[in-house]
Design a protein. Structure first.
Ligand code: RP5
Length: 173
């Protein structure tokens, strides 16, 4: 098994439905990762140890997701010099407190905050960063971006040919 380059951590098992989207993207790009529950509130010692040992263990980036008061991403960033990508987890009944908590980091400790529940984009950002030192990964990523471009081009061609009403009707089938 390849050594993990990305650490995906989350405050609770209840965040996993959101955070597994990051794992799916990394799987698609064959990027090795590890996934752990690391609560800033319930296991603060584990959180500090995880972040402090991350460089030595070979991690290059940490994706940290949490909901509620969401201290995990920021506190993780404060215990490591690795780039930490925050995913504010928003569940039913939540307001935007996790997002606010994550984007309000004080000067001096940067935290790259993704959109609410944006674990997939966090993984893509991780791939962009890892790609700086991995040409074959960047090649796959460029191909991924090209497919998105081609998809829009294809939709536009269909729209022009059939008009939006027929296009939408075709989509609903
Ligand atoms: C945060 O508070 C966790 O990230 C989670 O989103 C929330 C509480 O989780 P559970 O009570 O569902 O374990 O620390």
């Amino acid at each position: 098994m390849a050594k993990a380059l990305v650490g995906i951590i989350m405050g609770s098992e209840s965040d996993m439905a959101v955070m597994c989207e990051a794992a799916k993207v990394l799987d698609d790009f064959d990027v090795a990762y590890e996934m752990r529950i690391v609560s800033a509130h319930r296991t603060p010692d584990v959180m500090a140890g995880y972040a402090a040992s991350a460089v030595k263990r070979g991690l290059k980036i940490i994706i940290a997701g949490a909901g509620g008061s969401a201290h995990l991403p920021g506190m993780t960033a404060s215990h490591t010099t690795l780039p930490v990508l925050a995913v504010p987890v928003k569940k039913d009944g939540h307001d935007h407190e996790a997002l606010w908590s994550n984007i309000k980091m004080p000067p001096g400790i940067p935290l790259a905050t993704m959109p609410e529940n944006g674990a997939g984009n966090a993984a893509l950002m991780a791939i962009e960063i890892l790609g700086l030192n991995d040409a074959s990964l960047t090649k796959k990523y460029v191909e991924f971006r090209r497919k998105q471009h081609d998809n829009v081009t294809h939709v536009n061609a269909e729209l022009t040919k059939r008009g939006w009403k027929k296009y939408l009707k075709g989509q609903k089938k």
